[in-house]
Design a protein around this ligand. Structure first.
Ligand SMILES: [Zn+2]
Length: 569
C-alpha cells in the first residue's frame, strides 16, 4: 500500500493518523505506523515478492530474479532504472537470506533494426536485419557488435556493486536451451495468435507462425517469414519488403528451427525466457505494462501456452531527461557511462534507489543536480549517524543501501565536506584542500576523511569540466576586474570596513568573518546585492560567488588586502 505513494501523500496520511489518534502518549502503534508509512520502496516490494512467491520459497528452490538489456547500442541513463530495481531487490533478498539467483542477460540474439547515430551509417547499414552477435564490433576489437556494447553494461553494473550472473542470449539459443519452448510455440501457434488477439487486440493472419529464422543465403533474420512447420523443420521465405529497414534476398528454404537457427518474436520470447530460466521476479518499464501490452501478453503466454505461473511483476517508471523519455536508438542525451563517470558509486546508487520505482525521475545533469545529490547524501548520512532527527527512517535505509554490499559490512562515519565547497576549492590555485577541509571539520582529518576529500576533488573537477553551470566556476582575477572599478562611494566605504577587519586579523576564520561582514552590511544601509558584489567583483569579476565569509577566509590574506585596497580607493 505504502510504496507507491509520494512523500507528500505519505506525510498527509501520517498527519491524518496523528490527528485521528486523540492521545499520542497512548498510541502504541504510532512508531510502527511511522515505519510502515516510511518503509523504503525496495523493502516493501521484496515483502510483496516474498508473499507472491511464498510457495517457491517454501519449496527450498532458490528464487530467480532476471533482467536483460539488448546490446543494440550504448546504454542511455534511462536504462539504469532497471539495473537499480533488480539489483536492489537481489541485494535485499541476500540481506534477508532468501536463496536466489540474479540473472542478467546481455541480449545479443536480437535483430539489428536501427542504427545509432554515432555509428558509421554506411558501414553498418548492410547488417540491418542480422542478429546482433553476427554484426562486427564498431572498434573491430571486440568479438562482435553485441560484445562491444554489452561489455559497457557489464562494467557499469559491476562498477556500482551489483553481482548478477551474466549470460548471452545467443549462447542459450545455440546450446539448444530454447528448442523445447520453440517447439511448443510452433505447435501452439493458433493459441498464441488467439492470445495476441484477445489480450493485445493484435490480429495475426491464420498462417502466422511465432518464429523467424536466419536466412541461409543472406544471413538476415529480420526479413524472413516462416511459412510452415512439419513437426521437425520449418519452411521460410526471405522477403525483400517484409520490413522497411532491411531488404531480404528472396531466398526460400527449409531448415531446423532449433539450436540458434530461429528466434521467437519478442513478446513470445519474453514468456519463453520465464520458462527457460524459471524466472520468479522480473520487472519492466511501464511502457510494457500498459493494459494489453507486452507484459500482459507474455504473462498470458507463460500461463496458457507454457503452463507456468508468470513471474512477480515489478513495473518501473523511467528516468526522464528534462521531462522527456530518452530513447536508446537515437542515442541522445546522457549515457549510463556518462553518469557513471560523473558520480561516485554511492551517489550513483543513491540516485538509482532514492525515488520510488513507480515514480519518474527527472534528471538533468547540468544545473544544481549534482551538488544537490551530494548534499542529499550528506543529509541522509547525518540522519543515519544520529545527528539529524528530521531524516526519516526510509531515508536512513536509502543511505545504507547507497553503499555496496561490501561497504555496508563496515559503514563508518567520516567527515563529508560539501561538494560545492570542494568544487570551489579545486579552482583555487595553491590551496591546500585537506587543510581547508580540516578547518571546516574543526579537527584533524582521519585517513577516511582524506579518502573522501580525494574522491570529491576528483568528481568536482570532472563535473566542472563537463556539466557544471557558470555560477560554479570561479577564477581569482589576476588584475582588478573592470566591474570593480565603478563602485559607489557607499560601496567603497563598506568594502573599506571589510578591509580594515581583514588587516586587523592575522588569521581569518570563515564564521567570524561571515558574522562581521553581515554586521558591516547592516550598518552600511546598502542592499545585500550591492554590498556583496563589491567583494565578488573585486576578486572574481562576477556579481556572485560562494558563501562570502568562508570564501574570503580561504584566499591569501595579503592578496585580499592588496585587492580590496585598490577596489575601495
Ligand atoms: Zn535472405
Amino acid at each position: 500500500m505504502s510504496s507507491n505513494l509520494d512523500r507528500e501523500q505519505k506525510t498527509t496520511i501520517f498527519s491524518l493518523k496523528l490527528a485521528l489518534s486523540s492521545n499520542l502518549d497512548s498510541c502504541s502503534d504510532c512508531n510502527k505506523t511511522i515505519d510502515f508509512i516510511y518503509m523504503f520502496w525496495g523493502d516493501a516490494l521484496v515483502e510483496e515478492l516474498k508473499k507472491n512467491k511464498a510457495k517457491v520459497i517454501e519449496s527450498g528452490k532458490p528464487l530467480v530474479v532476471r533482467d536483460e538489456k539488448t546490446a543494440s547500442g550504448r546504454v542511455h541513463v534511462g536504462s539504469t532504472r532497471s539495473f537499480g530495481l533488480h539489483g536492489i531487490v537481489s541485494e535485499i533478498l541476500t540481506e534477508q537470506n532468501v536463496p536466489h539467483t540474479f540473472l542478467y542477460e546481455i541480449n545479443d540474439f536480437d535483430v539489428m533494426d536501427g542504427l545509432p547515430v554515432y555509428l558509421d551509417q554506411e558501414r553498418f547499414r548492410p547488417y540491418m536485419g542480422q542478429l546482433l552477435y553476427t554484426v562486427p564490433s564498431p572498434d573491430d576489437k571486440a568479438e562482435n557488435y553485441a560484445e562491444y556494447f554489452g561489455a559497457e553494461y557489464r562494467a557499469i553494473l559491476e562498477g556500482i556493486g551489483f553481482r548478477p550472473k551474466f549470460y548471452r542470449s545467443s549462447e542459450m539459443y545455440k546450446s539448444g536451451l530454447y528448442n523445447e519452448v520453440i517447439k511448443i510455440a510452433l505447435e501452439q501457434a493458433a493459441e498464441i495468435r488467439k492470445l495476441y488477439k484477445t489480450i493485445s487486440r493484435s490480429e495475426k493472419p491464420d498462417d502466422w507462425l511465432p518464429l523467424q529464422v536466419v536466412c541461409e543465403q543472406c544471413g538476415k533474420l529480420g526479413t524472413t517469414k516462416v511459412t510452415s512447420f512439419d513437426g521437425e523443420m520449418v519452411s521460410y521465405v526471405c522477403l525483400p519488403k517484409l520490413v522497411t529497414w532491411a531488404e531480404g534476398c528472396g531466398n526460400e528454404g527449409t531448415i531446423s528451427p532449433y539450436d540458434g537457427n530461429g528466434k521467437l518474436p519478442w513478446k513470445v520470447e519474453w514468456a519463453a525466457k520465464f520458462i527457460v530460466f524459471g524466472v520468479d521476479a522480473e520487472g519492466g518499464g511501464k511502457d510494457h505494462y500498459t493494459k494489453g501490452g507486452a507484459r500482459d501478453l507474455a504473462n498470458a503466454i507463460s500461463e496458457v501456452v507454457y503452463k507456468r505461473e508468470h513471474p512477480f511483476d515489478m513495473p518501473h517508471e523511467f528516468i526522464l531527461v528534462g521531462g522527456k523519455k530518452m530513447s536508446s536508438s537515437k542515442g541522445a542525451g546522457l549515457s549510463a557511462k556518462g553518469l557513471f563517470d560523473l558520480l561516485p558509486v554511492e551517489i550513483f546508487r543513491l540516485f538509482l534507489i532514492r525515488s520510488d520505482i513507480r515514480s519518474a525521475i527527472d534528471f538533468v545533469p547540468d544545473g544544481d543536480t549534482v551538488p544537490i545529490l551530494f548534499d542529499t547524501y550528506d543529509k541522509f548520512a547525518d540522519g543515519y549517524f544520529g545527528h539529524n532527527d528530521k531524516v526519516l527512517q526510509d531515508e536512513k535505509r536509502i543511505f545504507f543501501l547507497s553503499h555496496t554490499a561490501e561497504k555496508r559490512k563496515n559503514l563508518m562515519e567520516h567527515f563529508l565536506p560539501r561538494f560545492s565547497q570542494i568544487a570551489f576549492l579545486v579552482q583555487m590555485p595553491h590551496m591546500d584542500i585537506n587543510e581547508e577541509v580540516a578547518k571546516m571539520k574543526g579537527a584533524p582529518l582521519t585517513p577516511d576523511d582524506i579518502e573522501e576529500v580525494e574522491k570529491r576533488v576528483h568528481y568536482a573537477k570532472y563535473w566542472l569540466g563537463t556539466y557544471a553551470p557558470e555560477d560554479y566556476k570561479f577564477e581569482v582575477q589576476e588584475n582588478l576586474p573592470e566591474g570593480a572599478k565603478a563602485f559607489s562611494d557607499e560601496q567603497k566605504k563598506a568594502l573599506a570596513q571589510v578591509l580594515e577587519y581583514i588587516k586587523a586579523n592575522e588569521v581569518l576564520d570563515g564564521l567570524a568573518l561571515h558574522t562581521e561582514i553581515h554586521e558591516i552590511r547592516k550598518k552600511s544601509g546598502l542592499e545585500a546585492k550591492a554590498f556583496f558584489q563589491t567583494m565578488y567583483l573585486s576578486v572574481l569579476g562576477k556579481e556572485s560567488g560562494p558563501k562570502v565569509g568562508w570564501f574570503l577566509s580561504v584566499l591569501n590574506r595579503d592578496f585580499l588586502i592588496k585587492r580590496f585596497t585598490e577596489a575601495s580607493k
